[in-house]
Design a protein around this ligand. Structure first.
Ligand code: GDP
Length: 416
C-alpha cells in the first residue's frame, strides 16, 4: 500500500482499488444484517477480488437504492378517542400544536382514512384508520375497505378494553399474513388515578402489571391465543413499553425497512440514537464502497469547495435526523427556558464547521477524518479521498449522535 494511487499506471488502478475495497468489505463495522445483505456483500467481494469492478457497482448501487426507497406504512386502528393521533404525533416527534401535526391528507373521505407523513422521511407514513365496527365498517370487510395490503403492520389501539371486534380484526390480519400489535394507551392516567386514590399502597409496577393482566386475560377470553400487549403513554414514549414495542417491530421488518423504521423514530432513548447511528453508518459505508469502485475517484486528500458544500449539507442532514438542527435546538431552548447559546454550548456539532483564523476549512475537515481514524482504527496508509470523506462523514455522525445523547440527558435533568 506504499505507493500513491496517482503514480500507478491507469490499468493498474482498478486492481489497486479493488484490494482496498475488499478490505472495506471485510470490515463493514455495521452489524445486524440479514441474509440478503450478507449475500450481496459476498458477491461484491468476489467481483472485486477478481478485478471485475463493473460487476460490483450495480450491486452496491442497488443496495443503496433499496435503502433509500424503502417504504414504511404503519396502520393504527382503534376507536375515536383511543389516542391514535396523539400516538402518531409522538411517534413523528411533533407536538400537537406544531404545524406538522396536521395530517397530510384525508385520503378516502367516505371511509375517513387519514395519513400522516413523517416530517423527515416522506417514505414513512402513519395511517389513522377508523375503529372496526364504526360507521359502515364491518369486521368481515374491514381489511378490504382500508386496503390492508398497503400496510407493513397494524397497531390496534385502545385506552380501555379491547373489544371483540379488535380480536376479530387481529385474527383476520393474521390470516392475511400480516403482523398486529395491541397497544394500550394512556397508562399515565391510570397510574395517576391509582396514586391519588391509594397513596399509601401505590406501587407503579403493581398497577402496570394489573393493567397488563387485565388486557391479556380479556384478549384471551375473546379468542386471542398468546396475546401481547404494550402499555404506553404517548406523552412519555420513552417510558413503559414503547421501547419494547419498538424492538419487537424492528425484529419483524426486513433489513431495508428496519433501517427506515429506526430513522423514523423520535430521539427519545440512547438505544434509538444508537440504532439510528448504526443505520446511517451502513449507508455511509456503502457509499464509500461505491465511490471507491469508480475509476475516477480522486486520489489525495484535497477537499474542494464543492466537497465542502456537500459536507455541510451532510452535517445538516444528520443534525435534522437526530434533532440537533437549528429548528430543533430552538424548540429545546424554548421548552427548557435556556437561551439558544447555552443550549448550543452543551454540544459539539454546531461548531464542527466553524474555523479559526489559522486553519482552513479543508484542513479542519481532513483533521476530522484523522481523528475518527485514530480513535476507531482502519487503513490510513492510502490517501484516497473516498476514505477521507468516509471518515469525515463518520466523524460528523458520531458527533451529532453524541450531541443527541447529551441533549437527552440534559433534558431529563431539567424535567425532573
Ligand atoms: P384519536 O381519536 O384516537 O385520534 O384520539 P386522540 O389522539 O385525539 O386522543 C384523545 C384524547 O386523549 C386527547 O385529549 C389526548 O390528549 C388524550 N391522550 C391520548 N393519548 C394519551 C396518553 O397516552 N396519555 C394521556 N394522558 N392522554 C392521552
Amino acid at each position: 500500500m506504499g505507493h500513491s494511487f496517482s503514480s500507478l499506471p491507469a490499468e493498474e488502478r482498478p486492481r489497486f482499488l479493488a484490494s482496498n475495497m475488499i478490505h472495506e468489505c471485510n470490515n463493514p463495522s455495521t452489524g445486524g444484517e440479514d441474509s440478503l445483505f450478507q449475500a450481496r456483500i459476498i458477491l461484491i467481494r468476489s467481483a472485486l477480488q477478481e478485478g471485475r469492478l463493473e460487476e460490483a457497482v450495480p450491486i452496491i448501487s442497488k443496495m443503496i437504492e433499496d435503502m433509500d426507497n424503502a417504504l414504511l406504512n404503519i396502520a393504527l386502528t382503534g376507536e375515536s378517542g383511543a389516542g391514535k393521533s396523539t400516538f402518531i404525533n409522538a411517534f413523528r416527534g411533533v407536538g400537537h400544536e406544531d404545524e406538522d401535526a396536521a395530517s397530510t391528507g384525508v385520503v378516502e373521505t367516505t371511509t375517513n382514512i387519514t395519513f400522516y407523513e413523517h416530517p423527515e422521511l416522506p417514505n414513512v407514513k402513519l395511517w389513522d384508520l377508523p375503529g372496526i365496527g364504526t360507521l359502515h365498517f364491518k369486521p368481515e370487510s374491514y381489511l378490504e375497505q382500508v386496503n390492508f395490503s398497503r400496510y407493513d403492520f397494524f397497531i390496534i389501539i385502545s385506552s380501555s378494553r379491547f373489544r371483540v371486534n379488535d380480536a376479530k380484526l387481529a385474527q383476520k390480519i393474521r390470516e392475511m399474513g400480516k403482523k398486529f400489535y395491541f397497544v394500550r394507551t394512556k397508562v399515565d392516567i391510570d397510574l395517576n388515578n391509582e396514586r391519588r386514590s391509594k397513596p399509601r399502597t401505590f406501587k407503579e409496577e403493581n398497577v402496570l402489571q394489573m393493567i397488563r393482566n387485565n388486557c391479556l386475560q380479556h384478549l384471551q377470553k375473546i379468542g386471542i391465543e398468546d396475546p401481547k400487549v404494550f402499555l404506553i403513554s404517548s406523552f412519555e414514549l420513552e417510558s413503559y413499553d414503547f421501547p419494547k414495542l419498538q424492538d419487537e417491530l424492528a425484529k419483524e421488518l426486513p433489513e431495508h425497512k428496519r433501517r427506515v423504521f429506526f430513522l423514523s423514530l423520535p430521539n427519545i432513548t440512547e438505544d434509538i440514537i444508537d440504532q439510528k447511528k448504526a443505520s446511517i453508518q451502513k449507508r455511509i459505508w456503502l457509499e464509500a464502497l461505491m465511490t471507491g469502485t469508480k475509476a475516477s475517484v480522486p486520489f489525495v486528500g484535497v477537499i474542494k469547495e464543492d466537497d465542502i458544500a456537500q459536507l455541510k449539507k451532510r452535517l445538516i442532514n444528520y443534525q435534522r435526523k437526530f434533532g440537533v438542527d437549528d429548528a430543533s435546538l430552538l424548540k429545546i431552548s424554548q421548552a427548557s427556558n435556556k437561551p439558544m447559546e447555552e443550549v448550543k454550548a452543551l454540544i459539539k456539532s454546531p461548531h464542527l464547521l466553524t474555523v479559526t483564523r489559522d486553519e482552513s476549512i479543508s484542513e479542519r475537515l481532513l483533521k476530522y477524518a484523522e481523528v475518527y481514524f485514530s480513535v476507531n482504527g482502519g487503513l490510513v496508509a492510502s490517501g484516497f479521498y473516498f476514505r477521507k470523506s468516509y471518515y469525515t462523514h463518520l466523524h460528523f455522525l458520531e458527533t451529532v449522535a453524541n450531541d443527541a445523547k447529551i441533549l437527552l440527558s440534559k433534558l431529563w435533568e431539567t424535567s425532573v
